[in-house]
Ligand binder design. Structure first.
Ligand code: SF4
Length: 284
């Protein structure tokens, strides 16, 4: 099957197919542009190329009120045909095998996909973006050395902010210190979403399979010290394996780290949603 890159908005239903590579700015809307691998790898300036595409402009009313992804996506809308924020979800590589991961069985990249991923990241430079988000198809620090090299190469003329959605296992003291010094030296803001899904080691082990709870807590603490709590969010997805910790999660991360927690529901277990909402009075 042809390796397909999808630019633009995607429903999310297709984004985990093995033959699909996607650069998206919102996961709730339909994709609007496709390009094959061979065409994309030739483009040196990805942002310039995207600007040449006949983009649709989506009014803000199309956003679903209250949806956390959509709220975050407001800055991602094409405004006067200028792109401000780009989410890069082109790599599926990950060090964990979480319970109910959307990308189960796809936690690797072929060399070709890895090359394309970094080719696209470098192709975003030079456009004064507001934010580049390294995100939701795999672990952004899986390629730790290459990713740190990329981040070291950035300047404020490339992006004002880097946001990483991470499971936190690949980081360590040295890499967090390096991220901090890049941020300080370049004036680039770094923010993180730590996907935790647990408040105890036992639940973490059953949910974030292959991860090290204590190591991640240490990394979380180092990031809080380096980047301050306002720049870090904890993510907790309610699943069968962690439902007994839902009532504890907000206070645990607030009291221990001064962090807010975003709670969401596992779409693989819709029957749990009502049960959980009824017990804990959580609004979707
Ligand atoms: S961290 Fe877990 S949920 Fe995220 S991509 Fe890796 S295995 Fe999947």
């Amino acid at each position: 099957m042809e390796l397909t890159y999808k630019y633009g908005f995607s429903s999310g239903k297709k984004c985990y197919l093995e033959d699909v590579i996607q650069l998206s700015r919102c996961c709730l809307l339909e994709p609007e542009w496709h390009i094959g691998y061979n065409d994309l790898i030739c483009k040196q300036d990805i942002v310039e190329y995207i600007h040449e595409l006949p983009l649709l402009s989506f009014p803000r009313e199309t956003l679903i009120s209250g949806h956390p992804i959509c709220n975050n996506s407001k800055c991602m809308l094409v405004d006067n045909n200028k792109i401000h924020t780009i989410i890069v979800g082109l790599s599926l590589a990950c060090n964990l095998k979480c319970y109910n991961c959307w990308y189960d069985g796809c936690h690797y990249d072929s060399q070709k996909k890895k090359d394309l991923y970094f080719h696209v990241l470098y192709g975003l430079k030079g456009h004064n973006l507001n934010k580049i988000v390294l995100t939701n198809k795999g672990e952004p620090f899986f390629y730790l050395k290459e990713t740190l090299n990329y981040l070291s190469s950035l300047s404020i003329n490339d992006t004002k902010e880097i946001e990483a959605v991470t499971n936190g296992n690949c980081l360590n003291k040295e890499s967090i210190n390096l991220l901090k010094s890049i941020s300080k030296e370049k004036g680039i803001k770094f923010s993180f979403v730590f996907s935790m899904d647990a408040v105890t080691e036992d639940t973490y082990r059953k949910t974030r399979i292959g991860g090290d709870f204590n190591k991640v807590l240490t990394n979380l603490s180092l990031c809080v010290d380096a980047f301050s709590p306002e720049n870090i969010l904890v993510s907790f997805t309610c699943k069968r394996t962690n439902k007994n910790e839902i009532s504890l999660v907000r206070s645990f991360y607030e009291q221990n780290f001064g962090l807010n927690t975003q709670i969401s529901f596992d779409s693989y277990e819709p029957e749990l949603q009502q049960e959980i909402k009824d017990i804990y009075f959580i609004e979707s």
